[in-house]
Design a protein around this ligand. Structure first.
Ligand SMILES: Cc1cc2nc3c(=O)[nH]c(=O)nc-3n(C[C@H](O)[C@H](O)[C@H](O)COP(=O)(O)O)c2cc1C
Ligand SMILES: CC(C)CC(=O)C(=O)O
Length: 409
């Protein structure tokens, strides 16, 4: 790892983040780490994770530093990375009692496709950095949980391999490249292989500054889905993150709202737009004819100091006026987070890093456990808040900072 400063602050005050993984052991030491975690007095208390947050440490132990940093990191000072979770913590739940919750039903639909709970797998790149089976394991875990996986265009297993891994509803995430023909080809391959929607990521005209990746001179694996389509020689670049160099060469930074029409012309699949954070853009997205909106700041990896998605969710929902479904991702780590997002008008949430951490720590079973944990927590939250089914979760079940403000004046 380079020790050169990558920002003004680190010139004066070394940022300890980059030291945190020094000497971190590899996968073989995870079981030893787990064994040592037994309580010295109580002895046999289980060291298995009991919530999804606990998978992060296991993943950190399992992964080479460069890959852990890539998965975990956010942009610049990582203010938004912290805020994505803290914004959920500022919302409280207003439970109702004496409601019959002997049966709790979390099932719902997205674009008409039934899922067991409103928790989807967000598109994240390069799952083979976590384990050799890569996205095939993730796809099987999502199918076992009866939910939808959004495959990243930058998957390390191909569109076709994932399509034939198991029978399930999947969506495909797309970037629009300078080479439009390549984006069109990817969308058409996804459609041909049974993916049911295109998720257009709109928040990446160029890559955000992920300083851990810059320090690590992040090496990015070859793009499986672009094999034979394009060759960009970035491995010779000695400076900074090679992913950043690659992405900035590929992305079409001139993309505009008018271009949604082009995307419509090359696919008959529904189009969800990912990366909306304001009511202005939500209105434009509806006008542009998209079939759904994902409120997202890309897991705080793009623009630092962009708002936490849950803090702007209601603004987007109000602008959309029910015309298309609104989903959310960013910072969802608990069933109560899912409950809060639904109460503020999201139809479902997606999770990114917890899936990667589950995969790195415990493979396919880890992803399955992560999804089951969130579902179990959501079910408990619904029971304790007096909501037997998803449609029973309403705005009046949460209290936000905006609600509190008037009462303080
Ligand atoms: C390692 C990593 C890779 C990602 N790759 C993509 C990607 O290829 N395409 C995309 O649209 N979003 C990508 N994202 C963003 C996720 O789709 C999602 O917005 C974010 O992870 C949600 O936040 P969370 O990680 O707090 O759940 C990536 C996120 C991470 C952490
Ligand atoms: C640019 C992509 C290849 C990956 C991505 O979106 C990410 O790392 O956040």
């Amino acid at each position: 790892m380079s020790t050169q400063p990558v920002n003004v602050a680190t010139q004066k005050l070394p940022d300890m983040r980059y030291e945190r993984h020094a000497g971190v052991p590899r996968q073989t030491d995870v079981s030893k780490a787990l064994a040592h975690a037994a309580h010295p007095v109580l002895g046999n208390s289980s060291s298995e994770p009991v919530n999804v947050n606990e998978f992060e440490e296991l993943a950190r132990l399992a992964l080479p530093n460069m890959y852990y940093d890539y998965y975990a990191g956010g942009a610049e000072d990582e203010h938004t990375l912290r805020e994505n979770m803290q914004a959920f913590h500022r919302i409280t739940i207003r439970p109702r009692v004496l409601v019959d919750v002997s049966q709790v039903d979390m099932s719902t639909t997205i674009l008409g496709y039934p899922i067991s709970a409103p928790i989807l797998v967000a598109p994240t790149a390069a799952h083979k950095l976590a384990i050799p089976e890569g996205e095939l394991a993730t796809a099987r875990a999502a199918a076992a949980a009866k939910t939808i996986m959004v495959l990243s265009y930058s998957s390390s297993c191909s569109i076709e391999e994932v399509a034939s891994s198991c029978n399930a509803v999947r969506f495909f995430q797309l970037y629009i490249f300078k080479r439009r023909d390549i984006s069109a080809l990817l969308a058409q391959r996804a459609e041909r292989h049974g993916y049911k929607a295109i998720v257009l990521t709109a928040d990446t005209p160029r890559l955000g500054r992920r300083e851990a990746d810059i320090k690590n001179k992040m090496i990015y694996p070859p793009e499986k889905n672009l094999e034979g389509l394009i060759s960009i020689n970035i491995q010779c670049v000695d400076q900074g993150s090679k992913l950043e160099t690659f992405a900035n060469q590929m992305m079409d930074a001139s993309l505009r709202w008018e271009d949604i029409r082009w995307l419509r012309s090359i696919t008959s699949l529904p189009i969800l737009i990912k990366g909306i954070l304001t009511h202005e853009d939500a209105t434009r997205a509806v006008e542009a004819g998209v079939d759904g909106i994902i409120v997202s700041n890309h897991g705080a990896r793009q623009l630092d100091f962009s708002p936490a998605p849950v803090s702007v969710l209601e603004e987007v929902v109000d602008a959309v006026k029910g015309k298309v479904p609104v989903l959310l991702d960013g910072g969802v780590r608990r069933g109560t987070d899912v409950f809060k997002a639904l109460a503020l008008g999201a139809q479902a949430v997606l999770i990114g890093r917890p899936v990667l951490f589950g995969l790195a720590a415990k493979g396919e079973g880890g992803v399955r456990t992560v999804l089951e944990m969130l579902k179990n927590e959501l079910e408990t939250s619904m029971a304790l808040a007096g909501c037997p089914c998803i449609k029973d979760i309403t705005r009046s079940h949460v209290r936000t900072e905006h609600d509190r403000l008037p009462s303080m004046l």
